[in-house]
Design a protein. Structure first.
Length: 323
């Protein structure tokens, strides 16, 4: 946090005489306030984007994230070294195992597409039914610049989000579209994970060393998909500022966990066993919509109402939510 010193003259009275004194005043730069807000917002955005993030087991372990869905298949980007051996004598990789956040108990066999550039690779896989993921999640171009607060999703095989963000250390992306990050607690196995700012994904973790963390920009990845004529479903995102975003538990005697994501006046929710999901529209202080169940049932006119302190979400059903 920066502090600028300015000297001003003030007249101070000592007893019966007045003296002119020079005083140094420390004022906080206005840029500090958005920086602090960006730190919290980047963590909130990462919580929302857990559903976009997948765990990958290829020639090593790592992560990736969904960038498109076409029909009954999704396209995932990851670091090439996670799924392909560097040795020229090794046969080309054809498959890898993918685990989705919404279905963590089941690995899915993904096809490794024979397209790559640099350390970027693409997987294609049939996802769980009723998969919910966020498409409005690409960060603004200026979020790749020095000083932007960033976090990631994915460490030690878990959908880990750090409690405090790091910052982009490079002035701007390099000629190879790499950005350097300072202060992120990545570790081996984080490669391929999304690098996230307050408005969305900035890039993909390429080098997963805490001493030398680097990422490839999302712009580079998007251009690669265009050159390969592959689907691209991501759109510009906005800073997360809803207290509803993230994971919620059903009432205390129920272990079920739900993921909430707010986009404008729309709230999307999904139970993490992937059996039920819904979409709701804001009506005054509540959200009204439908729940769609895995057995084909649809519940209409479901109402969700957050409490004023956003610690609970009440419903007109037999359950409610808490953090």
């Amino acid at each position: 946090m920066g502090c600028s010193k300015n000297r001003v003259s003030v007249r101070v009275r000592f007893g019966g005489s007045a003296r002119l004194c020079s005083v140094a005043i420390c004022t906080l730069s206005a840029i500090c306030i958005p920086s602090l807000l960006g730190q919290a917002a980047s963590i909130d955005k990462a919580e929302v984007l857990k559903g976009n993030t997948v765990r990958i087991k290829g020639v090593t372990e790592g992560f990736g994230f969904i960038v498109a869905q076409s029909g009954n298949q999704v396209y995932i980007v990851t670091a090439r070294h996670v799924v392909v051996k560097d040795s020229p004598d090794s046969p080309p990789a054809t498959s890898a195992q993918v685990t989705f956040y919404s279905d963590q108990g089941k690995p899915y066999k993904a096809e490794v597409l024979q397209t790559h550039v640099g350390d970027v690779a693409v997987l294609r896989v049939s996802p769980p039914q009723q998969l919910t993921w966020v498409r409005e999640c690409v960060a603004a171009n200026d979020k790749s610049n020095r000083g932007t607060a960033v976090v990631f999703v994915g460490k030690h095989g878990q959908w880990y989000v750090p409690a405090a963000p790091g910052v982009i250390g490079s002035e701007q992306p390099s000629n190879e579209s790499q950005i350097e990050i300072d202060g992120l607690p990545v570790s081996p196995g984080t490669s391929g994970a999304p690098l996230i700012a307050d408005s969305g994904i900035v890039g993909m973790i390429q080098q997963d060393s805490a001493e030398d963390t680097r990422a490839i920009t999302i712009d580079f990845i998007q251009r690669a998909f265009a050159n390969w004529n592959l689907p691209w479903g991501l759109r510009p995102g906005t800073p997360t500022n809803s207290c509803l975003d993230g994971d919620w538990k059903e009432q205390y005697d129920n272990p079920m966990i739900w993921s909430f994501a707010v986009h404008g006046d729309t709230l999307k929710i999904m139970r993490l066993d992937n059996f039920v999901s819904g979409e709701f529209t804001k009506k005054e202080k509540s959200y009204v919509g439908e729940l769609h169940w895995g057995n084909g049932d649809t519940w209409k006119n479901v109402i969700l109402t957050p409490t004023d302190d956003c610690s609970q979400v009440r419903t007109n059903q037999s359950w409610w939510y808490h953090r």
